[in-house]
Write a protein that binds this ligand. Structure first.
Ligand SMILES: Nc1ncnc2c1ncn2[C@@H]1O[C@H](COP(=O)(O)OP(=O)(O)O)[C@@H](O)[C@H]1O
Ligand SMILES: [Mg+2]
Length: 228
C-alpha cells in the first residue's frame, strides 16, 4: 500500500486577485499526476506552493527533498553537462554522475556546455539535475513546451521509458493534454484557480507511445478538453 506523500488542504493564494482558491490535492508515493489547464489559471503558482517557493494560506504537507525543473532549462551556462548534473550533490561521485549520463542518453556529451547541446538534450540535463539529489518529489513545469513538436514527442516517449526506470513521485504541469495522458496516472484540470475535475488514466504501464492513436486515448483526450 502506497502512502500519501503530498497533501494540500484548503490552499489559497492571493496576489492582486485570488489565484488559488481552496485547493485540495493528495498525491501518493510513486504516482505521476498532471495538472492541465489554460494559461493563467494558476498551475505554476500551485507548483511553487508545492516547492515551498511560495507560501499560501492553507495546510501543506510535502517531503523535504523536492526537485524542480522549469520550462527554460535553467542550466548553468558556464558549467559542463557533468558539472550541471553534479551540482547539488553533497560530494562529487563520479560513478553516480556517469550513471545519470547514461540514463539521460547524454554519453559523449559529458564535457559539453549547454549551448553546445540540442533543446532536448538540455532539457534532459535539467531533468537529471532535478533528480540527481534523489528527491522524494519531482515537480515539472511545462518541461517540454519550449521544444519543437517533433523533439517534444521524442522527449515524451523518452520520459515514458525514463519514469519506469526511476523511483519517484511526480507532479507535472503542462498545457499539452496528450503529454499529460501519456505520462500520468491521473490528470487534473485546473480552471480559474480551482482543481475542477479529475480523470484517472486507465492504461496499464509500461505504455507504448502509439497508444496515443488509439480510440480510448482519443476519447479521453476529448473528454478532458471538454472540461477546460
Ligand atoms: N508573483 C506574482 N505576483 C502577482 N501575480 C502573479 C504572480 N505570479 C503569478 N501571478 C498571476 O497569477 C495568475 C496565475 O499565474 P500562473 O500560476 O503563472 O498561471 P499558469 O501557470 O496556469 O499559466 C496569473 O494571473 C498571473 O498573472
Ligand atoms: Mg505556468
Amino acid at each position: 500500500m502506497s502512502h500519501t506523500l503530498v497533501s494540500v488542504k484548503g490552499m489559497n493564494v492571493h496576489f492582486d486577485k485570488p489565484v488559488l482558491k481552496d485547493i485540495f490535492l493528495t498525491v501518493k508515493k510513486g504516482e505521476f499526476v498532471s495538472i492541465v489547464g489554460k494559461s493563467g489559471v494558476g498551475k505554476s503558482t500551485l507548483l511553487h506552493v508545492l516547492a515551498g517557493i511560495h507560501k499560501g494560506d492553507g495546510s501543506l504537507r510535502t517531503p523535504s527533498k523536492v526537485g524542480f525543473a522549469f520550462q527554460n532549462h535553467s542550466l548553468f551556462p558556464w558549467m559542463t553537462v557533468n558539472e550541471n548534473l553534479s551540482f547539488g550533490l553533497d560530494e562529487y561521485q563520479d560513478n553516480e554522475v556517469q550513471e545519470w549520463v547514461k540514463l539521460l542518453e547524454l554519453e559523449g556529451k559529458e564535457n559539453h556546455y549547454p549551448m553546445q547541446l540540442s533543446g532536448g538534450q538540455q532539457q534532459r540535463v535539467a531533468l537529471g539535475r532535478a533528480l540527481a539529489t534523489n528527491p522524494a518529489l519531482l515537480l515539472l513545469d511545462e518541461p517540454f513546451s519550449s521544444l519543437d513538436t517533433h523533439t517534444r514527442q521524442r522527449m515524451q516517449e523518452w520520459m515514458m521509458d525514463f519514469i519506469q526506470k526511476i523511483d519517484t513521485t511526480t507532479v507535472l504541469v503542462t498545457h499539452d493534454v496528450e503529454e499529460a495522458i501519456l505520462l500520468s496516472d491521473r490528470v487534473l484540470v485546473m480552471k480559474d484557480g480551482t482543481l475542477e475535475k479529475e480523470f484517472v488514466v486507465p492504461f496499464a504501464r509500461p505504455r507504448n507511445a502509439d497508444i496515443r492513436y488509439s480510440e480510448p486515448f482519443q476519447k479521453l483526450k476529448k473528454e478532458i478538453f471538454a472540461s477546460y
